[in-house]
Ligand binder design. Sequence first.
Ligand code: ADP
Length: 367
Amino acid sequence: MASEINKVDLGSAALMVVDEVHAMLAYWDKDLVCRFANAAYLEFFGRTREEMVDKMSIDQLLGPLFELNLPYIKGVLAGAAQLFERAIPIPTGDVRYTLANYLPHIIDGQVLGFFVHVADITPTKMLEKELLRIRLLETKNKDLEHFAHIASHDLQEPLATVRSYIGILEHEYATKMDQKAMLYLKGIDKSVTRMSTLVKALADLSRLGLLGEKTQVNCNAILKEVEEDLASQIRLAGAAFSVSPLPTVTGYAVELRQLFQNIISNALKFRKQDVAPLISINCTLIDGFWQFAIADNGIGIAAKYYDKIFDIFKRLHLKQQYDGEGIGLANCKKIAELHGGKIWVTSVEGQGSTFYFTIPQTQNDHA
Ligand code: ADP
């Protein structure tokens, strides 16, 4: 009697366990009638146990999927285990991905039915797709960089030729040209010089991160160097700094220095007339990322340009107003992304801007 009770208890306990697991479990007999289905299986197909068990046949349940699954059903009824993936459209319009496992139930050489184990692999599939997308994007980016590198490198040569011909014209034909012609020549020379600067900037951008290795970079030391490099501009503008202690991070030292330098020199450049620049720098650790903030009290940026200013050669002002090539922030974006971080800006026009960038924290870093 005691062993009878034990059997009943174990049976219901086992049922409870299989109802708790996330995988879908079922048993179909050789006539393809459902004999068992756990809660996950019932939920996936939107059925109740009363509707399914001992009543429903597999073709009724699977509908249009039945034809697709038939080769596997035949296979398992012939005694061979089956494993296959399936994309199943669900009523919301989404698709769920499953990995189904059919195992034959064989006694005395006879197949009595089969066990079904179906895992919902949608999150894994989504991750796979996302990884594929990222890989494609990385390849495209690499191709683009390669193209930019080659193009900018190759363009330097014809530009140098044009410049040397300008030089020849200026020196050897100076007496043969009237003033107007000389003026045109000066115009050509200016444009060629500018083009050469842009092409070099493009070449530099495509080279970022190609050299060097990541090391421990003390951002306080970097900032000190940048301040030294910009000393005359800082003095000229009468700029003041307010800096909180910065961390030591893992990154490319040369590039990180360039990142600080570009943002700080912009803060000096895009200052308000007659207002001494005040530049505040701090860093906070947020969700595994060092988040740097460099704030100025300059002219500010309209919200519609928050993204655009990080595009290469994008400038909001005439060269006569504020000098520059529109390459600094494109470099900054590439450097932040090279480190696995991001860069963005918030600003109030006429009051100032704050540039933020993030660098992932690693275990060797310290505040
Ligand atoms: P550049 O400084 O050579 O023009 P950048 O790529 O560094 O190029 O900057 C792009 C544009 O973003 C600038 O031309 C300017 O219009 C705007 N900008 C950048 N930094 C600031 C800042 N601190 N305050 C206001 N505008 C800025």
